[in-house]
Design a protein around this ligand. Structure first.
Ligand SMILES: [Mg+2]
Length: 168
């Protein structure tokens, strides 16, 4: 199913390198929130992710979060924590809020990469947007109930191999 096929599959956002981004003419990163940058419902950012995010921004890459989460207070808390604009209520795979974020960053879709843990929302949305996409493992992968883990496996089986293998 090519509409669910990410450009790249990585274990965690911290595996994304500035070199890979530059070699793909990427200037901005559009992140999913829950399970990609933050463990769901915790509003806590893991120190390695926080450090990586700071490094990426210091290297001049623009960042925003586009989330399907609808909890206004939680979204505000995460925005303050991450120091990155957070757009909620996105209804991904809809591209409307992605486009809003791109406009604010003055970025073309082809110069952005959409990063998330869900093929059916994040990756499909990114493909529809016309951006590169990176699928990462959910942060609380090992703590999820059995049923959710099976569902994720099925979802991942449907995407097959990524377009690219590993990092240069
Ligand atoms: Mg997620």
């Amino acid at each position: 199913m090519t509409f669910l096929k990410p450009t790249l599959i990585l274990p965690c956002v911290t595996d994304i390198t500035p070199d890979w981004l530059r070699s793909h003419q990427i200037k901005g990163l559009l992140f999913d929130l829950d399970n990609t940058l933050i463990r769901p419902k915790t509003a806590v950012i893991d120190p390695p992710i926080e450090a990586w995010l700071k490094t990426i921004q210091a290297q001049g890459f623009l960042c925003a979060v586009v989330s399907n989460n609808k909890k206004h207070d939680y979204l505000k808390t995460c925005e303050a924590l991450l120091q990155v604009p957070v757009y909620g209520f996105a209804r991904k795979p809809s591209t409307a809020v992605f486009k809003q974020a791109l406009e604010k960053l003055a970025l073309q879709a082809e110069h952005a990469v959409v990063i998330g843990d869900r093929p059916l929302t994040d990756i499909w949305g990114g493909v529809r947007l016309g951006s590169k996409t990176i699928l990462v493992d959910p942060l609380n992968k090992d703590r999820e109930p059995w049923g959710i883990q099976r569902l994720r496996q099925m979802e991942r089986c449907s995407i097959g191999e990524p377009l690219e293998r590993g990092l240069p």
